[in-house]
Design a protein around this ligand. Structure first.
Ligand SMILES: [Zn+2]
Length: 203
């Protein structure tokens, strides 16, 4: 996803253990406030479960080294990426010394992808992305904070659609909802219109 926050790049020898600890701190925190934000994530999209329990599991996998962390190229469109498979890992476009909620929401987004991978689930691309954008949006709203996103139009359309769905369904406050594909179709359309995502072929 596209980040509006400034990155601080310190070159190739980044302290990855710090980065790992920062990720774990987002996904599997001990303090009540960040825990409440993660636990607010609790919904199903098109049959795929997105939950705080799963995200804490991703945090544990990062802590234990079962999911790697790298800093490197993530392409022209996004500031972070998740790679599936035996060498599963997060990649960040740069290392941020002072993470803010924009950075943390990126971690939540990529962790939703990782949670499907750990569960051996392969949702279609647009459902995978819709779940990730809804997850990060729920996380933001559950923190009680206003979010302002400065992003190119195609990315802004995705955030707008995700925000609209979360607000309409009260998804950050009413847990356990099962969303049909038809309930997230505007979000899917915005994702498929973004140049960074290749739409799945229709069945
Ligand atoms: Zn994504």
């Amino acid at each position: 996803m596209v980040m509006a926050v400034p990155w601080v790049c310190i070159g190739p020898n980044v302290p990855l253990w710090i980065l790992r600890a920062q990720i774990v701190g987002v996904l599997d925190p001990e303090e009540a406030y960040p825990r409440r934000r993660i636990d607010a994530i609790d919904f199903v999209v098109d049959g795929f479960v997105v939950s705080g329990a799963r995200l804490r599991g991703v945090g544990a996998a990062v802590r234990e080294g079962r999911i790697g962390v790298r800093v490197g190229s993530t392409g022209p469109h996004f500031g972070a990426a998740y790679s599936r498979g035996p060498n599963r890992h997060f990649t960040f476009g740069a290392y941020d010394f002072q993470p803010n909620d924009g950075w943390r929401s990126v971690v939540v987004h990529e962790a939703v992808h990782a949670s499907f991978d750990l569960a051996n689930e392969r949702p279609p691309n647009e459902i995978d992305e819709a779940a990730a954008y809804l997850g990060e949006t729920v996380w933001f709203r559950a923190g009680g904070l206003a979010r302002s996103v400065t992003a190119p139009a195609a990315a802004a359309a995705i955030y707008g659609a995700a925000n609209e769905i979360v607000a309409r369904l009260n998804l950050h406050a009413s847990r356990g909802q099962r969303l049909l594909r038809s309930q997230v179709q505007e979000l899917i359309a915005a994702i498929n219109a973004h140049p960074g995502y290749s739409p799945s072929q229709p069945p």
